[in-house]
Design a binder for this molecule. Structure first.
Ligand SMILES: [Zn+2]
Ligand SMILES: [Zn+2]
Length: 424
């Protein structure tokens, strides 16, 4: 018989800020340690855990909502962090950018980031490592390049922590690994009450809408998250429109440069390399101004929710011409300029109406309801399901559906600060 404790330090009844302490006999393994942002854009950190109680940290992928608080552990301790090789490379660039933008609110500095990376052991997907009471195996999560799920095994039981997962194949990543054996799954449920349309349908709609704008003499701006969505969008455009006039700008440039050096993590690697090499990287602010004078261009630029970055600059200049298009391709959080643009058709606080065509496309990198259920029902030997990384209402609906399915599981839906004890 095994007793395990799961302490939810973040990501309980909320999307992001993932942080779970998994405890056996009073020693903990920290599964992600991320941040969220409030409506004023101030980073929100997870609950504290005494670093001296931790044997190690697993970071599933390089999004800030999974890694943003991890350097904090290194203010007082040097424990090993386990992550994939690509995620290790991306952690530096993501946290340095976070420090640059939000440094005033962050209780650590670049020194702690250096210590984190010095103590990071990179592990190929599919490989295992022993750490304290635990054996940790990283599995493909299908979410973004480098992303992993962590299978944590002790003498008596096994726990699958999904991090963020996607169950469909995209140009960029292969779908999540299935048929895992685990007693407990800690699963994200960002889209636990949604069904996404098929990806090839979304891609075609997206391309047709771009063509319409270009053919009518307009320009298209596609604001993107610089890690993942940007490279997927570039690959999709290259596949359908290889001869189009495409520019990419912002942190997209740096991250695309990194991803093309890691072929083993990219599903359609050749396509990405061609897109990155053929399309134009914007090199200066002078070039930015010049691009805006051209017609028929496609601009792929960060940030994805129009919070800063060159996308904001382009959007301001393209918004007043009805021939142009601003196509959003990711989740738009409440209070962001992207959400305001979608809901009210305005860009700035002056409430001036945007004339450009504004559209949103469902390029999700998270599994939908069907994908989540499919993963769960393919886990062998499952007893307990712990639902995290989902907002209050979506999570409740998902938990309700899981209970209706009556699969013989115990379903837990803990909030932040709650601990659950599982006996197997
Ligand atoms: Zn996340
Ligand atoms: Zn993520």
């Amino acid at each position: 018989m095994a007793n395990i404790e799961l302490r939810v330090l973040g990501g309980g009844h909320e999307v992001g800020r993932s942080a779970i302490a998994l405890g056996v006999s009073g020693r903990y393994l920290l599964l992600d340690y991320g941040v969220n942002f409030n409506e004023e854009d101030i980073p929100q950190f997870p609950l504290h855990i005494r670093p001296s109680l931790i044997d190690g940290v697993v970071l599933t992928h390089a999004h800030l909502d999974h890694i943003g608080a991890a350097p904090l552990i290194y203010s007082s301790m040097k424990v090993p962090t386990i992550t994939s090789k690509l995620t290790k490379t991306l952690i530096r660039i993501m946290i340095e950018d976070f420090l640059r933008i939000s440094g005033y609110y962050i209780p650590y500095e670049v020194n702690e980031l250096d210590l984190l990376l010095e103590n990071t052991i990179d592990l190929d997907l599919g490989n295992s490592i022993d750490l304290g009471n635990y054996r940790i195996t990283l599995l493909n999560a299908g979410h973004i390049p480098g992303s992993s799920m962590a299978l944590v095994e002790t003498d008596a039981c096994s726990i699958l922590y999904t991090g963020d997962i996607n169950s469909i194949e995209t140009k960029l990543v292969k779908p999540v690994d299935k048929n895992v054996r685990a007693d407990v799954v800690i699963i994200e449920a960002t889209y636990g009450n949604t069904l996404h349309p098929p990806r090839d349908y979304v891609e075609r709609e997206f391309i047709n809408s771009i063509k319409e704008v270009i053919e009518s003499g307009g320009n298209v701006l596609i604001p993107v998250f610089s890690l993942g969505r940007a490279q997927e969008v570039l690959s999709v455009i290259y596949q359908y429109m290889p001869y189009s006039n495409v520019y990419y700008d912002g942190m997209v440039r740096q991250i695309s440069g990194i991803l093309v050096s890691y072929p083993e993590y990219i599903n359609m690697y050749g396509l990405l390399v061609k897109a990155v090499n053929t399309f134009n990287m914007v090199r200066s602010s002078g070039e930015r101004r010049r691009i805006l004078k051209e017609r028929g261009v496609i601009i792929v630029a960060s940030a994805g929710m129009l919070k800063g970055g060159p996308a904001q600059y382009y959007a301001k200049h393209l918004s007043s011409d009805s021939r142009n298009g601003i196509f959003l391709v990711s989740y738009q959080a409440k209070g962001t300029p992207g959400r305001r643009l979608l809901e009210y058709g305005v860009l700035n606080d002056d409430n001036k109406h945007v004339k450009a065509k504004v559209l949103w496309f469902d390029f999700s990198s998270h599994a939908d309801y069907k994908g989540l259920i499919d993963l769960i029902t393919n886990i062998n030997n499952l007893h307990d399901i712990v639902v995290v990384h989902t907002n209050e209402d979506v999570g409740s609906e998902f938990v309700g559906r899981l209970r209706e399915l009556n699969g013989g599981w115990r379903v837990h839906y803990p909030g932040n600060g709650e601990s659950i004890n599982i006996t197997i």
